[in-house]
Every structure is written in C-alpha cells, then in structure tokens.
Ligand binder design. Structure first.
Ligand SMILES: NC(=O)c1ccc[n+]([C@@H]2O[C@H](COP(=O)([O-])OP(=O)(O)OC[C@H]3O[C@@H](n4cnc5c(N)ncnc54)[C@H](OP(=O)(O)O)[C@@H]3O)[C@@H](O)[C@H]2O)c1
Length: 336
C-alpha cells in the first residue's frame, strides 16, 4: 500500500511516496482504509522542520483523516468492518484532564499519521462518524475542529451577548467562527485579505479587520465593542498578535493561546496581564470525549466544515505548497 513519508530529510519536495507492508489488526485494534485527510499548519511545520530540528528517519505525517474499518482484531466488539470512522488526534487522551501521558501519542508526530492507504489504530482511538457526513468533512475535525471547539465550548465558553475575535481565516479560526456563531456570540475576524473578510462575513462574521492595513487592529476591535473590549480571543498568530490580542481583550477577558503562525517568540506585558485580569489559556487539541461532544453539536447544528479545495492523494506536495502560500480559506483536504 502507498504512503507519504518524511525520510530523513525535511522539505515539502523531499516527501516520498513509498510502498509499505499491509498493516494487520492485533488484539484490540482495527485497520482503517483511509478515504480522506485534511492538512493543518502543524503538518506543514512537521514536513518543513524547524531550525535545528532533526528530520525523522521515517514518519507518515498528517494527523487528520477519515475512512472505513477494513479489518477488526480479536476482542473488538465496538466496531465492525464497514464502519465509517475518524482516528482521534491524541490516541492516548480518552477522557478527563490533560496530562503528559494523555498528550504522549499524537498522530503525525509521535505516531505515524494518516497519509497512508491503510492504518492500524486501537479500537478506542477511532470514533464513528454520522452517515451523512462526507469523509472530507469528517477529516477536518480531529485537530482544527476540536481545537476551536475546546477553546469556545470548554475552556472559555461563550454565549449570546459576548464577542469573540478570531485571527486569520485558516482551519482553526474558521471553525471558531462557526462555533462562536452557533453558540450565539458576535464574531470579529482579522485577515490579510479583504476578499477573505467578505467570505467570513458571508459565513456569519459580524465585523472584519484587515491586519495588514490595520496593524493595530486592537483599536478597531475595541471600538466594535463600544470600547469595552473583546470577551474571548482565539489566538493563533503568536509573536505578532499576542500583544494586540491582549490589548483588544476586555478586563477579565480570556485569550485562548493556540498557535504561532507569525513566530514562536513573544513578550508579554505583565502589568497589562494583571491589571486587566486577563486569562491566557494554553491548549493543545482535546480528548476523545471532547471530540464526541463536538460531533454531537455539529450534527445538531448541521454545521458544514468549510473546505476550500480537495487534492488527490498523489498531489500531497501540491496541497502543502498551497497551505504554505496562505491562498486558501478554511481547510485543504486530500482524497484517497
Ligand atoms: N494548540 C493546538 O492544539 C493547536 C491546534 C491546531 C492548530 N494550532 C496552531 O494554530 C495555528 C493555526 O493553525 P491552522 O492549522 O488553523 O493554520 P492555517 O489553516 O494554516 O491558517 C492559515 C491562516 O492563518 C492566518 N495568519 C497567518 N499569519 C497570521 C497573522 N500574523 N495574524 C493573523 N492571522 C494570520 C492567515 O489568514 P489570512 O489569509 O486570512 O490572513 C492564513 O491564511 C498554527 O500555529 C498551528 O500550529 C495549534
């Protein structure tokens, strides 16, 4: 069977499409025939590498996919051949609070990911998906969807009368826009593109700010809230956005710290943090229980993940180049 692998060398064009042995399901495991995957910024970083980071000798990248149970191992009664499933991002975090152990087994990181035709998972490492949900839509959920869900439904729950700000129009942010809308909050979106701001408005955003032409976007965000400040900020920008996010937040506001799109470094104004009673809440994706809760809400709200484009399995490098260019809105998918 075919798989994409990082083999001792970083870089999109260094990815290799290789032939791997067919996996078999042992006690408690299932083999899933992957039908779709979606890309996250993390996958791009894994493939391109970070300065000084050694490339894995052989790793299948990409955390998010969906497929069909192809074989079940002994002792598996919860799943049957033909079930439509997604594997969870953390194979080791089922329920309860986060811990080092819970975060230890991550697809496309510490474990091989989903860019392979068939993959073996523990039976409790996959979740059944609704019949009506496409494989591509399901494949957008394990990382981007769940991170946005955990931010706005669990760690900094929002509701009517509140304002949420999401940065940029990538995977996590567009899910955050959709969830915030469904939860009844008003949404401010920032983007480098006026065209994407229009797309975000069409999707339900109440206000858009171009962060290139308005680098001090916190002023406009505060003005939109009549000077009070934003209740919850989905902070994915990192180095160039955290100070703006803290300035835009209301007294007692919550900033869910998720990403590093503009760089890993940051200087935090400690007086601003304590004087304004801000809460900076760092999160990494979520548990299987969070995922099941999110899936139930997506079904109830009939929410459709926003997929910009779907690429063929053979075109994974092209899809990663598209992600690197930033020329997309929402999610990029792969069809097997
Ligand atoms: N902690 C976690 O659990 C977790 C989970 C998922 C993702 N993440 C992190 O969250 C970040 C977003 O991930 P993703 O997969 O959603 O990314 P993505 O889909 O690749 O998002 C790309 C978009 O981000 C926007 N962007 C880039 N630089 C920006 C800046 N300086 N300010 C505001 N927006 C900017 C751009 O939007 P415009 O084109 O509209 O300008 C760009 O199109 C990444 O750093 C990722 O590693 C963390």
């Amino acid at each position: 069977m075919k798989a994409w692998q990082i083999r001792g060398k970083h870089g999109i064009d260094a990815l290799e499409c290789v032939e791997l042995p067919e996996p078999t399901a042992r006690e408690g495991e299932v083999v899933v025939a992957m039908r779709a995957a979606s890309l996250n910024y993390r996958d791009l970083v894994t493939v391109r590498g970070v300065p000084g980071g050694a490339a894995p000798s052989a790793l299948v990248p990409c955390s998010d996919g969906a497929g069909v149970v192809h074989a079940v191992g002994p002792g598996v009664s919860s799943l049957a051949v033909g079930d439509r499933v997604v594997p969870t991002f953390f194979q080791s975090w089922h329920d309860g609070p986060v811990s080092a152990e819970a975060r230890s087994l991550a697809l496309g990181g510490t474990l091989d990911g989903v860019l392979r035709e068939r993959a073996v998972f523990r039976a409790d490492g996959v979740v059944k998906i609704p019949d009506a949900m496409s494989f591509e839509a399901a494949a957008t959920l394990p990382c981007a969807g769940l991170t946005a869900w955990r931010a706005l439904a669990i760690e900094a729950p929002v509701g009517p009368g509140q304002t949420v700000l999401v940065e940029g129009t990538g995977g996590v942010s567009i899910f955050a826009l959709q969830f915030a809308n469904a939860l009844g909050a008003r949404v401010i979106v920032t983007s480098s593109s006026n065209e994407k701001l229009e797309q975000a408005r069409a999707l339900g955003a109440d206000f858009g700010i171009n962060y290139v032409t308005t680098p001090n976007w916190s002023t406009e965000a505060r003005a939109f809230t009549d000077g009070r400040g934003v209740d919850v900020i989905v902070e994915v920008g990192g180095e160039q956005t955290l100070t703006q996010a803290m300035t835009a937040a209301r007294v007692g506001g919550r900033i869910v710290v998720i990403g590093v799109l503009s760089g890993f470094g940051s200087t935090i104004s400690l007086p601003m943090l304590f004087s304004n009673n801000l809460q900076l809440i760092g999160i990494s994706v979520g548990s299987r229980a969070h995922f099941i809760d999110m899936l139930a809400h997506i079904e109830r709200w009939q929410l459709q993940p926003v997929i910009d484009r779907t690429f063929a399995f053979e075109a994974v490098p092209q899809a990663l180049h598209t992600m690197a260019s930033g020329a997309f809105f929402g999610k990029l998918c792969i069809r097997f």
